[in-house]
Design a protein. Structure first.
Length: 181
């Protein structure tokens, strides 16, 4: 027959082992959840390839190619000071001239994709953008969200991964804050 002390010690050991096993299980599942995973399906890879092609067109200053990869009804925020989304390929074409004027480099560091509905794929990318504004070189890390629909960029939102100082006297290019010209 086991004494009360023996039962308590055994219960303590069992409880400690169960707790340790639970902690290991949670840690293992958390580690799996935190691993970067890029889309491995065909739709996801096509969307990432589209975004890479769009970035390459911007770096090459090929406005026609960049515009051709945008949906007619694209919604976007290309200026972190913008408070409302801009809309339409025509507006993007106008804004692209200002963007390309100072852009000197753009590199996607990582990209992950998730297929949504039958026509949508969401892409999250970490980019480094380089600009020359007023003779001053600027490099900014960007978190970019893209919604690709039917092989075109339907939605694009850029968010700096660092805090940017407010531009003196308005947005780059002399536009007022909020990106409206």
């Amino acid at each position: 027959m086991m004494s009360d002390r023996g039962r308590k010690t055994m219960g303590f050991k069992f409880g400690r082992r169960a707790t340790l096993a639970a902690v290991v299980a949670v840690a293992a599942s958390t580690a799996r959840a935190e691993q970067p995973i890029s889309g491995s399906g065909a739709k996801e890879q096509q969307a990432i390839t589209l975004i890479n092609g769009w970035v390459a067109a911007l770096v090459a200053k090929d406005a026609d190619k960049a515009v051709s990869l945008m949906d007619e009804d694209v919604q976007y925020r290309d200026d972190p000071f913008q408070t409302e989304l801009k809309k339409g390929r025509m507006q993007f074409t106008k804004d692209l001239k200002m963007l390309l004027r100072g852009l000197t480099g753009m590199k996607i560091e990582t990209a992950s994709a998730v297929a949504g509905t039958k026509d949508d794929v969401l892409v999250l990318a970490k980019r480094t953008d380089e600009f020359n504004l007023g003779g001053k070189s600027i490099s900014v890390q960007i978190g970019a969200y893209y919604r690709v629909r039917n092989g075109k960029i339907y939605e694009w939102l850029d968010t700096p991964l660092v805090e940017l100082p407010k531009p003196p006297g308005g947005a780059p290019g002399g536009a007022p804050l909020g990106g409206k010209i």
